[in-house]
Design a protein around this ligand. Structure first.
Ligand code: HEC
Ligand code: HEC
Length: 224
């Protein structure tokens, strides 16, 4: 444009060597900026997040999906699940405290610092609305969820897992989970096959009937 109009500004007359040096200095400053802006701990957590993503792409995606939206009802959805809860489950699979012939080999080579990074990865994936399984049955499931069963002593799920099933920092999210997975976990607690819950869920599930487990699992599948 300067050449076209022929009106050279003072800037355009700066000798080439000086201009290049100026540009190089500018480029060097720009390259240093991300380093200056990031503390060592932030850099470490970025590295952990990158490693978590690599692990997910390489090993977890087949069953849980890259975004934690597993497509098969046999595999739990992990999107939006609480990071601390997820990290503890991975540690428990590794130590054998929680048993699963599928998950045990998956976590074998993971390092302790991967657990939280993977937890954060899935916790920050967006959740989606899902169709409620067996709407008729889900109606009865809602009662169990909100009120429990006073006559048999089943505690109301909502008191711990929250009115919307979103859980808390230490309690798992149940909303939107595949009914088949939820039901299977309840049965495992009931039969004392899942033993990493400090007996809290065992006590709850031990009083539940098959029908109540099915119903509450159906209800939870449709919560967002
Ligand atoms: C071959 C399929 C498969 C692969 C691959 C797989 N998982 Fe799983 N995952 C499962 C199944 C099945 C369960 C339920 C096991 C049970 O009943 O305890 C599960 C459970 C989990 C749970 C517990 C969820 C909850 O709500 O308590 C976490 C966390 C998890 N997987 C994370 C991972 C991560 C991280 C990877 C990759 C390193 C991975 N999984 C790879 C099948 C798989
Ligand atoms: C007193 C508190 C409390 C009550 C009441 C309670 N839960 Fe839980 N629940 C927990 C805790 C704690 C865990 C986490 C166990 C662990 O760390 O493995 C859990 C875990 C679960 C899981 C496993 C989640 C997963 O992703 O694998 C399911 C399913 C579940 N609860 C369903 C229910 C249902 C359904 C009810 C009501 C009938 C209920 N809970 C009532 C405390 C409670």
């Amino acid at each position: 444009m300067l050449l076209k109009t022929g009106t050279a500004t003072p800037r355009a007359t700066v000798p080439m060597r000086r201009r290049t040096r100026g540009l190089l200095a500018l480029a060097a400053t720009a390259a240093a900026l991300p380093l200056l802006a990031q503390s060592p701990t932030a850099a470490a957590s970025t590295a952990a997040a990158a490693r978590a993503e690599e692990i997910v792409q390489g090993q977890c995606l087949v069953c849980h999906g890259a975004e934690g939206e597993s497509s098969s009802p046999a595999f739990p959805r992990l999107a939006g699940q609480n990071a601390g809860y997820l990290a503890r489950q991975l540690a428990d699979y590794q130590s054998g405290k929680r048993k699963s012939s599928t998950m045990q080999p998956m976590v074998k080579a993971l390092r302790a610092e991967d657990f939280m990074a993977l937890g954060e990865y899935f916790a920050t994936r967006p959740t989606h609305a899902h169709e409620m399984q067996e709407p008729q049955l889900a109606q009865a499931g809602r009662d169990v969820y909100v009120r429990g069963n006073p006559s048999s002593g089943v505690a109301a799920c909502a008191t711990c897992h929250g009115a919307e099933g979103h859980g808390s920092a230490s309690l798992p999210r149940l909303a939107g989970q595949h009914a088949q997975y939820t039901e299977r976990q309840l049965r495992q607690f009931h039969q004392r096959e899942r033993t990493n819950d400090n007996a809290v869920m065992q006590a709850v599930a031990s009083r539940m009937t098959d029908q109540e487990m099915k119903a509450v699992a159906a209800y939870l599948s449709g919560l967002k």
